[in-house]
Design a protein around this ligand. Structure first.
Ligand SMILES: C[S@@+](CC[C@H](N)C(=O)[O-])C[C@H]1O[C@@H](n2cnc3c(N)ncnc32)[C@H](O)[C@@H]1O
Length: 283
C-alpha cells in the first residue's frame, strides 16, 4: 500500500510564500490547529484540497491570515508608525503637559497581546524623557487572553523575538540571562497589565494616547463604531488614537476625531466644533 502523502509541509511553505506570513516561527501543532479552524469552516478534510483553494482565492488568503495572526505581535510592529509616535506624538504630548502644568502621562495599549507593543512604547517614552524624573508615566496594557498576559508580565523574550529592536535599545532596556532577554525593571514598572475585554469591560479615562492596533478585525461594524466613541470619551482633549495600518475609523467618530497622520492611522481628539472637512470624502 502506498502511504498517503502529507500535504501539510507543502501547505506550510506556500503559506509563507503566498500570504507572506513567516510560518517558520510557529510550532507545527499550532499551525495545524489554525489551519484546521479554516478547514472546518469550509467543511474540508484534506490539506491538498485546502491548498488548492488558497492558491486561487485571495479572500481565503485574507481569512487565513486573520486566523493565523490572532495573537501575533512584535516589538515596533510597523516601525514607521513608531517613528511618528517617537518623533511627533510623544514630544507633542510632553509639550502639552508642560504647557498645562501636568506631569502625568497616561497611555493605553488596548489588545497588547504578549507585551511587545506596550514595552515598545515604554522605550520610546524613556527616550523622549531622557533623564527627566518629573513625569509620572503609566502605560495600561490590556488584553482578553490570559496566556498572552502572563507572558507579557514576565517580560521575557528570545533573541528571535527581538528582531525589530535596535541594538542600542536591547543594551539599554533588556538584561540577558542565558537565552532569555528580560525587560529591565525600570521599564516593567511603567507598564501595568490587566485582563479586560474591550467589548464589555470598563474603559479607562483621562488617557493621552491609545493604541488599538490589529485587534478589532473580527468586530462587527456597530461594535467598532461604539468602541471608537468609547476611545473618544477615554481620551484627554487633543489626545491621540492609533489604529492598525489597515484599519479605518468609522461612524460618528469620523466627525469627532481629526486625522493626524492618514498613512499611519493616527487620529487626534478634536477640541471645539469639528471641521466639516475633517475627513476626505472617500477616506
Ligand atoms: C494581533 S494581536 C495585536 C497585538 C498588538 N496590538 C499589535 O498590533 O501587535 C490582537 C490581540 O487582541 C486581543 N483581543 C481580541 N479580542 C479582544 C477583546 N475583545 N478584548 C481585548 N483584547 C482582545 C487578542 O487576544 C490579541 O492578543
Amino acid at each position: 500500500m502506498i502511504a498517503k502523502q502529507d500535504y501539510f509541509p507543502l501547505l506550510r511553505r506556500r503559506i509563507k510564500e503566498i500570504i507572506n506570513f513567516n510560518s517558520d516561527y510557529y510550532e507545527e501543532k499550532h499551525l495545524r490547529r489554525r489551519v484546521a479552524i479554516r478547514m472546518r469552516a469550509l467543511d474540508m478534510s484534506s490539506y491538498r484540497e485546502y491548498l488548492k483553494l488558497l492558491e486561487r482565492s485571495p479572500e481565503e488568503r485574507e481569512r487565513l491570515m486573520r486566523v493565523l495572526t490572532v495573537n501575533v505581535t512584535e516589538f515596533f510592529r510597523n516601525p514607521e508608525t513608531f517613528v511618528v509616535i517617537h518623533r511627533e506624538v510623544l514630544p507633542e504630548l510632553i509639550r502639552m503637559k508642560e504647557e498645562n502644568g501636568s506631569r502625568v502621562l497616561r497611555i493605553w495599549s488596548a489588545g497588547c497581546a504578549s507585551g511587545e507593543e506596550p514595552y515598545s512604547l515604554a522605550m520610546l517614552v524613556k527616550e523622549n524623557l531622557g533623564s527627566r524624573r518629573d513625569f509620572r508615566v503609566r502605560i495600561m496594557a490590556t488584553d482578553i487572553d490570559r496566556d498572552s498576559l502572563e507572558k507579557a508580565k514576565r517580560g521575557e523574550y528570545l533573541e528571535k523575538e527581538l528582531l525589530g529592536v535596535a541594538r542600542e535599545y536591547i543594551r539599554k532596556y533588556f538584561e540577558r540571562r542565558g537565552e532569555v532577554y528580560r525587560i529591565k525593571r525600570e521599564l516593567r514598572e511603567m507598564v501595568t497589565f490587566e485582563r479586560r475585554d474591550l467589548i464589555s469591560d470598563r474603559k479607562y479615562g483621562a488617557v493621552d494616547l491609545i493604541l488599538c492596533r490589529n485587534v478589532i478585525i473580527y468586530f462587527s461594524r456597530e461594535l467598532k463604531e461604539k468602541l471608537f466613541m468609547d476611545f473618544y470619551e477615554s481620551l484627554n482633549p487633543r489626545g491621540f488614537l492609533v489604529l492598525g495600518k489597515t484599519e479605518n475609523l468609522s461612524g460618528e467618530a469620523r466627525k469627532k476625531f481629526k486625522i493626524y497622520n492618514n498613512v499611519e492611522r493616527i487620529y487626534r481628539k478634536e477640541v471645539g466644533p469639528p471641521s466639516p472637512h475633517t475627513f476626505p470624502r472617500r477616506y
